[in-house]
Design a protein around this ligand. Sequence first.
Ligand code: AMP
Length: 287
Amino acid sequence: MAASIATVRTVKELRAEVAKWRKAGETVALVPTMGALHAGHLSLIGIAKNHATRIVASIFVNPAQFGPKEDFKRYPRDEAGDLAKLAQAGVDLVYIPHTAEMYPRGFATKVTLPSLTEDLCGAARPNHFEGVATVVTKLLLQCAPDVAVFGEKDYQQLLVIKQVVHDLNIPVQIVPGSIVREEDGLALSSRNGYLSAAERKTAPILHQVLSEAAAALANGEGCDAVTSAGRFKLEGKGFRVDYVAVRDPETLAPLFGPIKGPARVMGAAYLGTTRLIDNVPTAPKNR
Ligand code: AMP
């Protein structure tokens, strides 16, 4: 029989459970997700366990972070499957709020960070990061964990969340998790299920191209040359490229010429209607 797992759907219930743990001197980690869980999400649970004695996972498909023409309605949902995976992974509590719990009638507050969110994914997805920043702020205030774990898969999102936590003095440590990939290099994503069989075969090329760009940068090639070459290769394989960019890994500031320190090579591209994102770290080789 599948292991059962405690679930709560309201802020009040969530806080009551966390308060019991606090009273017993336990520490709490939160892993926010939109469900349709895969091994990437579960790796974050593993990291969370190294940082706290109690683990809360949240599942909330946040309407505020989807654009009007995006995939909110068809986003994969599998609550029963997710709960079985979270039970197996040893999560203590799953928080699954209803939309009305997160955004009751009259809800009016937005968390915005224009400087970090106007380009890269923010350029193609206006208001996306405002939706992310707002919902993550709420989740952190609702659960009040010691630690929250976010994947580097969504690298810009990770930096947005770190900035919000810093700016708003939210007392939580943000811990990053590295990207979990398929054997062929494709970063796991709940959206990979949208890909046709032919698109799925092409999809790992995004990671290949970013990795090649990272290697070229490490060897002293300039940012403009590698991003142009990367874009060209992707377009040649049938991707519609949104961006290929080399950025400062702490600030996301654009970098130019040969890199002098650590950098992040970031890319976003469409295969058919599916938008894929990925990123890889790089640094100059000691020569
Ligand atoms: P999502 O359910 O897409 O909102 O993702 C929930 C969390 O899982 C976010 O912190 C993501 O960055 C992280 N995540 C998604 N895919 C991966 C992956 N392939 N490897 C590691 N973390 C991931």
